[in-house]
Each structure stands twice: as structure tokens, then as C-alpha cells.
Design a protein around this ligand. Structure first.
Ligand code: ADP
Ligand code: MG
Length: 368
């Protein structure tokens, strides 16, 4: 009889071990915290393509922005038209015709400033050169519309402009036709976004752009951006990201925010790629890990906030479940726990952890 009593005690202890060691609490609550985070983010128009990006996002210490379409509206107004040889309206006609196949913010602004019908039967081959501009064969002649680097390709002798703004040069074959100066506005919430992001642990804010130096520096000054790289071609953007990746603090991550086709390689190279969903090109949206549906830069600060909360909840659940289980296992081994305590350590802990993960659905705003 004594032997049997001894034996049943060990059976109970074995059962306690079996019940407690069930990993339900972890297996259910950890993914649930991430689902909650994805849900909270998507309600605010932030699309996160996978729960693995929460971890990367919560460790961001370097945020790199593209300028046009990301920090600025990409909604250019024509501020000056300086033709050479032709009239102002002829210059705008040529530029709008060449731009009519492009979806770049510059192209759309020139097309809407022109506002007239464009006869597409006059076109030959049309190509868009990322970071430079467009090249189109119209009535058998090659038309170049873009920045000074594109003019160097065409061989036209371009002239600089004293008006502050993005200068779009126009050349037909190697004949310089003049330029159109356009200017963009900074998005109203870009300033808040940068202030919020840089407030956290000395996060570094960088701007990369294909636009001219004087325009970029004016924007960077207004937004208090730490570092600016301008007049970059798409491959130079990748080189700049490589350099920034090698300089980032250890164990931290780098996020890149962009909108254009020329941003796609950089978006996939960064630890976290964020694209503008409305204005952004399909290539950028495809290459990104996170998409902002309303193009507001302040949503990046919000996404970082949500990711930090989500990671905290997931960690709380892991630590809480494992420590309760470890405690009950030790008590069980010493014969100090009964089967009810074991059931609590399994089902009870699962319920508490699940309730905790549901808090990720309600992430409070810190301010603004
Ligand atoms: P950002 O890096 O600021 O988003 P982009 O790389 O898209 O700017 O463009 C860089 C520069 O290339 C522009 O400032 C412009 O001078 C020129 N460019 C690019 N696409 C076009 C286009 N469709 N028409 C005219 N210029 C263009
Ligand atoms: Mg851009």
C-alpha cells in the first residue's frame, strides 16, 4: 500500500508537468499580439506586410527620406518659363508632350499646367530615365526633358536659372529650347513627423534626393534634417544607403521612405522600406515592407509607436507565461503544487496572455 501511495504521487507530479508544459499561452498570444498590431496600424492607414517588420521598426535609429513626393507634396506649380528660340507656350507644348507618358510628379504638374490635348500619334519611342527625366521621339525628333544631367546626355548647352526651384530643361536633339522652373510645397505634417522621430533616442534623419542642391538644402533647412545628399542618380541612392547602413548604431535598423520607381532598389535594400501608397509608383509599393495609404509622413512616427507597443506586449507575454510555468514546474517537482494550480498555469495563463495581446489593438497616441 505504501508503495502504491508513493507511485500515485509521482503520477500526479508527472501529470502536473505534462499540463504545465503545454505551450498554448505562447503559441496563441504571441502571434495574436502581432495580429493586433497589424490591425491597429491598418485602421490608421498603415499597411504592414508582415509581423517581422515590427521588430525591425521598433529598433529604427536612422530614418532616410526621399524628397519629392515623400516630404514634399509632389504637386508642383510652374513659377517661371524661360524659353530660348521658341515662345513660352511652344516650350510648354514640347515639355508636356514629352512628359505625357510619365507618371512622375514633375510630369503630372507640367501636363496639368499645359492643360491642352496632346496628339499621341506624333510619338515614336518614349523612355523615362529614372532620376534624370524623359526622352521622347516626337515628329521624328528626339526631345529631352529633365535635369542638367540629362542635358549632358543630349549634348545641348543648357543654362542655369536664378529663380529658386526645380529647373526642368528642354532640348530638341542637341538644341537647347529653354527651361521651366517649378516649385513644390512641403507637406504640412512633415515637420511634426521629423520632430517626433528625432525625439526618440537621437534618431538620425537623412534626406536623399535626385533634385538640385539649392532646392534640397532649402527643404532640409526648413525641416531640420541632419544630413542631405542631393543630385543623386538611382544607383547613387543605393550607394548612399549602403554607406548609411554601415554607419548606423549597432543593433539598430535603418528605414527608408520613398515614392518613385527610382526608389524601389533602395526600398528593398533598407532594413525597413516604407512607400507612399497614393502618390507612390507601383514599383515602390511592391518593393516596400510598409505602405502609407494617405502619404502622410507623420504616420511613420505612428508606425514606430505601434511597433514598440506590439513588441513590448509580445515580450510581456513570453516572460509572464514562461515564468509562471517555470514556477509551477518547480513547485510540482517538489510536490508543492496540485493539479488545479497546473491547470491555472496552462489555461489561466493563456487567457491572461490573450487578454494582454488584445491591448495591442488599442495603442494610445502619445500626442498630436
Ligand atoms: P526625388 O529623389 O527627390 O524623389 P527623383 O529622383 O524622382 O526625385 O527625380 C530626380 C530629378 O530627376 C528631378 O528633380 C528631376 O530633375 C529629374 N526628373 C525625374 N523624372 C523626371 C521627369 N519625368 N521629368 C522631368 N524631370 C525629371
Ligand atoms: Mg520621389
Amino acid at each position: 500500500l505504501l508503495f502504491f501511495f508513493f507511485f500515485s504521487d509521482w503520477i500526479t507530479r508527472a501529470l502536473i508537468f505534462l499540463v504545465v508544459s503545454c505551450p498554448c499561452a505562447l503559441v496563441i498570444s504571441v502571434p495574436l499580439s502581432f495580429f493586433g498590431g497589424i490591425g491597429a496600424a491598418s485602421r490608421e492607414g498603415i499597411l504592414i506586410k508582415g509581423s517581422n517588420y515590427f521588430e525591425a521598426l521598433s529598433k529604427v535609429r536612422t530614418v532616410v527620406f526621399d524628397k519629392t513626393g515623400t516630404l514634399t507634396k509632389g504637386n508642383f506649380a510652374v513659377t517661371a518659363i524661360h524659353p530660348e528660340e521658341v515662345s513660352e507656350s511652344e516650350l510648354l507644348d514640347i515639355a508636356a508632350a514629352a512628359e505625357s507618358f510619365s507618371h512622375h510628379p514633375i510630369a503630372e504638374s507640367i501636363i496639368s499646367a499645359h492643360g491642352k490635348h496632346i496628339d499621341k500619334s506624333r510619338f515614336g519611342e518614349v523612355s523615362e530615365i529614372p532620376g534624370l527625366g524623359v526622352k521622347a521621339v516626337i515628329d521624328g525628333k528626339t526631345v529631352f526633358v529633365g535635369n542638367s544631367a540629362l542635358m549632358a546626355n543630349s549634348g545641348a548647352a543648357w543654362r542655369d536659372c536664378e529663380v529658386i526651384g526645380t529647373t526642368v530643361h528642354v532640348a530638341v536633339e542637341d538644341q537647347y529650347m529653354g527651361h521651366i522652373v517649378i516649385s513644390d510645397e512641403i507637406k504640412p505634417d512633415a515637420k511634426i513627423a521629423i520632430a517626433k522621430l528625432s525625439a526618440h533616442d537621437g534618431t538620425k534623419i537623412v534626406m536623399l534626393t535626385g533634385d538640385m542642391k539649392k532646392v534640397s538644402e532649402a527643404v532640409a533647412g526648413e525641416l531640420s534634417i541632419d544630413e542631405v545628399y542631393s543630385e543623386l542618380l538611382p544607383d547613387e541612392k543605393v550607394a548612399a544607403i549602403e554607406k548609411l547602413l554601415s554607419e548606423k548604431p549597432e543593433k539598430s535598423t535603418l528605414a527608408f521612405v520613398g515614392d518613385g520607381i527610382n526608389d524601389a532598389p533602395v526600398l528593398s535594400r533598407a532594413d525597413v522600406g516604407i512607400a507612399m501608397g497614393a502618390l507612390g509608383s507601383d514599383a515602390a509599393i511592391e518593393a516596400a515592407d510598409i505602405v502609407l495609404m494617405d502619404d502622410k509622413p507623420s504616420k511613420i512616427a505612428r508606425a514606430v509607436e505601434i511597433s514598440r507597443k506590439t513588441m513590448l506586449l509580445a515580450r510581456e507575454n513570453i516572460v509572464f507565461s514562461l515564468s509562471v510555468k517555470a514556477l509551477v514546474l518547480v513547485l510540482g517537482a517538489l510536490g508543492l503544487a496540485n493539479i488545479w494550480l497546473a491547470v491555472f498555469a496552462d489555461v489561466g495563463v493563456t487567457v491572461i496572455a490573450v487578454l494582454n495581446s488584445m491591448r495591442s489593438l488599442i495603442v494610445k497616441r502619445t500626442s498630436a
